[in-house]
Design a protein around this ligand. Structure first.
Ligand code: PGA
Length: 246
């Protein structure tokens, strides 16, 4: 279902005491927002963060998971484990995981299916490299990533799924896509989903150097439903301004 969503991605930052302070600082600042607020935290912060957000309008997600339920996969955490402590969301296929940890379109698809099966809501990341953009391959790359990611899903699954379009060259670089380019890419994702599922009623976010100065112009474009925010989600006041962009 299309709705305005602002999701923070803390990446590998924040100790549990910092996470608790952050939520306590953020919650009064966003309590009147009609936009959905999500914070995706490291595994070690999940339990503390989930306890601290009780009685607030802040939702919590993890940043990765394994697709098997359990077994001999040293160092991994499963969707069933995330669900067992009431985690609601999970980022899947972030470009940093594709780039540094060997995530492929196939493992992304397995993880998405396992997340949905376990009652988690995946936040699926897609996006092109600078080289692909310069070669004019942006739309081809992202529609292929989307088709592979969503393979085997039902229309019902889409209502529990969020997509984040994050051009890789815009992540952590201070360079954002222009609002027109971001909107165009997201529109093409929507059209691809419409072709496969007969509906494009799905929340699609933009990510890549979103901050409190550029949030409004991006999030008010026709096809952009909000943002996945990295660096600017580490400060509660700055992040609250992004949540309250409207
Ligand atoms: P950034 O990260 O906002 O720091 O560019 C976004 C992301 O990686 O999700």
């Amino acid at each position: 279902m299309r709705r305005k969503v602002i999701a923070g991605n803390w990446k590998m930052n924040m100790l549990p005491n910092e996470a608790i302070d952050f939520i306590n600082n953020l919650s009064p600042l966003v309590k009147n927002s009609k936009n959905e607020v999500i914070i995706c935290v490291p595994f070690t912060d999940l339990f503390y963060t989930l306890l601290t957000v009780q009685e607030t309008n802040i939702h919590v997600g993890a940043q990765n998971m394994h697709w098997e339920e359990k077994g001999a996969y040293t160092g991994e955490v499963s969707g069933q484990m995330l669900k067992s402590i009431n985690t609601e969301y999970v980022i899947i296929g972030h470009s940093e995981r594709r780039q540094y940890f060997g995530e492929t379109d196939e493992t992304v698809n397995l993880k998405i299916k396992s997340a949905l099966k376990n009652g988690l809501k995946p936040i699926i990341c897609v996006g092109e490299t600078l080289e692909q953009r310069e070669q004019g391959l942006t739309i081809e790359v992202i529609t292929s990533q989307i088709n592979k990611a969503l393979s085997g899903l039902t229309t019902q699954d889409l209502s529990n799924t969020i997509i984040a379009y994050e051009p890789i060259w815009a992540i952590g670089t201070g360079k954002t896509a222009t609002k027109e380019d971001a909107n165009e890419s997201i529109k093409s994702i929507r059209q691809e989903i419409l072709k496969s599922f007969g509906t494009d009623d799905i929340t699609i976010l933009y990510g890549g150097s979103v901050n409190d100065k550029n949030a409004k112009e991006l999030f008010t474009m026709s096809d952009i439903d909000g943002g996945l925010v990295g660096g600017a989600s580490l400060n509660a006041e700055t992040f609250s301004k992004i949540v309250n962009f409207d």
